[in-house]
Design a protein around this ligand. Structure first.
Ligand SMILES: Cc1cc2nc3c(=O)[nH]c(=O)nc-3n(C[C@H](O)[C@H](O)[C@H](O)COP(=O)(O)O)c2cc1C
Length: 222
């Protein structure tokens, strides 16, 4: 059986009876058109490292931000996923609740995608898959990226939280003293994977590798 990549080319999937990996953990990754395609890229890498099968769907605007923001071709990004779906492939496996997954991460999540999910009026495979994750009471993590926020944005975040999603804007944690963009991105992605109960080794943990012992005094910093 084949799915199709972003250019309509068939790609083999894990769904053949012969080589299907029984009981393998699966997570759906959605990349929408907010700034921060690198979060989706990092999520795919981290999930692969964690041994999780990834099912990727990228919105049309997501393809544009990937082209603007990442120093790679879309085919190099999709190669990080196990299965790739076209955004309009509404009959895909991930559009059905009978296809078992741990849930879905939308990284990054645009306001438009957030709003569709919040309303339940879904117009693409990405938002349909998110809606399915919610109806099956699975984990949905939305790395919403926009600033500043007006009341409509905040209301959509409230609404989506009320129906079971986790709104997780990728906000840097400076207590971890990041020294690169990669550090900042990986920290947020690692914390998102924490929400699925997945270990990634991307998060310096307070009280373990950082923040151990007494608090530094203000004049001890150099
Ligand atoms: C370079 C670029 C950056 C963008 N950044 C954001 C953003 O951070 N947040 C957002 O909600 N929309 C952003 N947009 C606009 C979305 O792509 C646009 O609203 C689009 O309709 C979202 O569609 P989608 O949710 O189907 O991906 C950006 C667009 C471009 C081209």
């Amino acid at each position: 059986m084949f799915e199709h990549d972003l250019f309509g080319k068939p790609v083999s999937t894990f769904q053949t009876s012969k080589d299907r990996k029984v009981n393998k953990q699966r997570v759906i990754v959605g990349i929408s058109g907010a700034s921060g395609a690198v979060y989706g890229q990092a999520a795919l890498k981290a999930l692969r490292m964690a041994g999780v099968e990834t099912h990727l769907v990228v919105s049309r605007s997501g393809q544009i931000t990937i082209a603007h923001e990442l120093a790679l071709k879309i085919s190099q990004l999709t190669a990080l996923a196990d299965v790739v779906y076209r955004i309009d492939d509404i009959g895909a496996a991930i559009s059905s609740g009978s296809f078992k997954t741990m849930g879905m991460i939308v990284a990054p999540c645009s306001i438009r995608t957030l709003s569709e999910i919040a309303s339940g009026v879904t117009s693409s495979l990405l938002t349909r898959a998110a809606d399915v994750v919610l109806k099956e009471r699975r984990k949905l993590v939305l790395m919403v990226r926009e600033t500043p926020l007006h009341l409509g944005h905040l209301r959509a975040m409230t609404q989506v939280t009320e129906i079971g999603a986790i709104v997780m804007p990728p906000v840097p944690a400076f207590y971890a003293r990041p020294t690169s963009v990669e550090d900042i991105v990986n920290h947020s992605v690692g914390r998102a994977l924490d929400l699925f109960g997945l270990e990634s080794d991307l998060v310096p943990r307070w009280g373990e590798t950082i923040g151990v012992g007494s608090s530094p005094s203000a004049d001890s910093a150099d």
